[in-house]
Design a protein around this ligand. Sequence first.
Ligand SMILES: N[C@@H](CCC(=O)N[C@@H](CS)C(=O)NCC(=O)O)C(=O)O
Length: 215
Amino acid sequence: MFKLYYLPDTASLAPHLVLNRLGAAYELIQLNKTDGSLQSVEYQKLNPNHRVPTLIDGELVLFESAAICLHLADSDPDSGLMPPLGSAKRAHAYKWLIFMTNSIQAEMMLYFYKERFSKTPTGAEEVREVAVERVTNLMHRIDEALADGRPFLSGSHKTIVEDYLLMLSRWFVQMGLEAELKSMAHLYAMLCVLEDDVCVKATYEAEGCLPLFAC
Ligand SMILES: N[C@@H](CCC(=O)N[C@@H](CS)C(=O)NCC(=O)O)C(=O)O
């Protein structure tokens, strides 16, 4: 049985959703930013960064949400949660996942943790403003890719790439950019399809998340 340490509507959402897509047996362990559980010595042994998510799979302890999603997809190669090994589609899936985790998510962190990136409150506000501009620009790369008419970023089938994108789209809205997201017509249409999905609905319900849109 897998164990997932999580905080609602954060970087643990994509791994949680992938667990539901697998139909895997798992236990959810909710942490809290204010009760000390995220900062505890016990949790530090699992995740030295004191962040979520952390996945436990037997003896394996993993942090980093993208790595966890990839590992879960690998745990059931027939699930179709990643394109076939060695295929061009798989290479593109790696590209998009790494673009999201290495560029979009990393720059979103500037917005959500602005005080960690500046020594002054004024500097922190500037960091946040720049993050809004930069993340908006990066999200447009995804909308542009979808302009060729493919139903999903991965092509004809959903993979963990879409689960990751849904998670980051929620953060984008939390950045106050809902109108901007709706203006990205191809991405908006795909997100509407993604949210109309039994696994997404179950994951949202378990974490107390409201849908992004009433499409
Ligand atoms: N790159 C990491 C980011 C993890 C991360 O920053 N998680 C946030 C929630 S979205 C967290 O635990 N924040 C607590 C903190 O930094 O104090 C991942 O994707 O797993």
